[in-house]
Design a protein around this ligand. Structure first.
Ligand SMILES: *Cc1c(COP(=O)(O)O)cnc(C)c1O
Length: 424
């Protein structure tokens, strides 16, 4: 299990490069990623046969390329993500070891996705029974995976719970026999089963999946050669949270695998599909404080990033560690502050709790022009960025072996209006 880091409220550098140097080179707001953190997280999961990156957590093609070079395969939830995987060097079809490099996991196909899947021989993980016949119309004899909803789920927020009757995700576990018949009729082979019950869950809930998976695999029979544990591995966003016991988690899945192997008399490949776990801690949102103001008894730091850049606080009430970078490196007294952004929307607050309640944070005293860093922002950060309030998407920078590389240019004003047309 990785060591839990202490979150400090002052920060001078990211991966050895001064935050002021990064800000002057790339401007603010900018997402900065530390490649070594992603590589470390990949190696934490080495026990699993296959690590498949759920790129929706952070899908910049430079990040997807980095995980590819670390020996990780990839999941895609849309045509756009298949396109990104191809740009980052993944190929359709099975890799040398027979494992598909790209898997499309979704609850529907759209036309664009079906076209790419047929053209590039992309393996499909079906999250709805309707997808089986729709796929068979386009490709013949394919192997498929079924994403099952085991009847329960769990996530860090109700919005990230992807199992149970309230969830739209996956095929209801009681429809397995029906889906097997659909696949047989369509000439498709069910070679894999997959369950993903939520994001930011815990060992107790993830362990329940093992029993459901074993039962489902036995029901499908020996055509199964892959079981995927899905993602959901938590990362600590504050010092009271912790990592999951990965050795224990692996042992539980390895037991499922071994019992299926002895039942089916062939080997079973064990996949894990993390998104957050690989990228969350690598990412930092670098911002500049543009106003410090008092509203009655509250003090606000207003920075140049908003929920157009990082939506997790407004979406889920998520907590992110925040640090201040005093310009001359001196030590400052802490004070209670509320951190907000520039958007014309009162919910544009980074220090809010679930339900939208504004909270304050003890942070060092700071002035306009100093930098504020929102940490653990590498998962579900830049990917949820929007042009709301006609704000450009932030730039993104990857630090690799002590060097900072621009991996996404900040949008220009013309980028924001591209494609819009005033009728003549
Ligand atoms: C989002 C998602 C994941 C990754 O979830 P994390 O909590 O980020 O690990 C894995 N698999 C599927 C199908 C997903 O939709």
């Amino acid at each position: 299990m990785p060591q839990i880091q202490e979150f400090s409220t002052t920060r001078t550098d990211i991966a050895g490069i001064s935050v002021y140097e990064l800000a002057s080179q790339f401007g603010t707001p900018t997402f900065v990623y530390d490649a070594s953190v992603i590589q470390q997280r990949v190696s934490d999961l080495a026990q699993f046969d296959v690590v498949r990156y759920a790129q929706k957590a952070c899908s910049n093609i430079a990040i997807v390329d980095l995980v590819r070079q670390s020996g990780v395969v990839v999941d895609a939830v849309s045509a756009g993500e298949i396109h990104r995987a191809l740009l980052a060097g993944y190929k359709g079809g099975p890799g040398e070891d027979g494992t598909p490099q790209i898997v499309y996991t979704a609850d529907i196909f759209d036309q664009m996705a079906l076209d790419l899947i047929a053209e590039h021989d992309i393996h499909v993980n079906c999250g709805s029974p309707d997808m089986i016949a729709q796929l068979a119309e386009r490709v013949s004899g394919a192997h498929i995976t079924l994403r099952l909803n085991p009847g329960f789920g769990h996530g860090h927020s109700q919005k990230t719970n992807t199992g149970g009757e309230q969830s739209k995700h996956g095929i209801w576990f009681e429809q397995l026999a029906e889906c097997k018949a659909l696949a047989d009729n369509a000439g498709l082979t069910i070679s894999g089963l997959h369950m993903h019950i939520g994001s930011g869950t815990d060992l107790e809930h993830l362990a329940q999946v093992c029993g459901s998976m074993k039962q489902a695999a036995l029901e499908v029979g020996p055509s199964i050669s892959v079981v995927s544990a899905g993602g959901g591995l938590p990362v600590p966003y504050n010092s009271s949270q912790s990592y999951m016991d990965l050795d224990r988690y692996y042992e539980l899945w390895d037991e499922v695998r071994k019992s299926l192997e002895s039942e089916f008399e062939h080997s079973i490949s064990l996949e894990i599909e993390p998104g957050r776990y690989l990228s969350a801690e690598s990412g930092f949102l670098l911002t500049e404080i543009r106003a410090v103001k008092e509203m009655g008894s509250n003090r606000f730091y207003l920075v140049d990033a908003g929920f157009n850049n990082l939506a997790r606080p407004i979406m889920y009430g998520s907590y992110h560690p925040i640090s201040i970078s005093p310009r001359n490196g001196d030590s400052r007294e802490d004070q209670a502050v509320i951190v907000g952004g520039p958007l014309c929307e009162s919910g544009d607050i980074f220090t809010q709790e679930e339900g939208g309640f504004v909270a304050s944070r003890q942070l060092p005293k700071a002035e306009v022009g100093e930098l504020l860093v929102i940490e653990c922002a590498g998962a579900y950060g830049s990917v949820m960025g929007s042009n709301y309030n006609s704000k450009p998407l932030a730039s993104e920078v990857l630090i690799k072996q002590g060097e900072a590389h621009l991996i996404r240019a900040r949008q220009s004003l013309d980028d924001i209006t591209r494609g819009e047309i005033i009728p003549s």
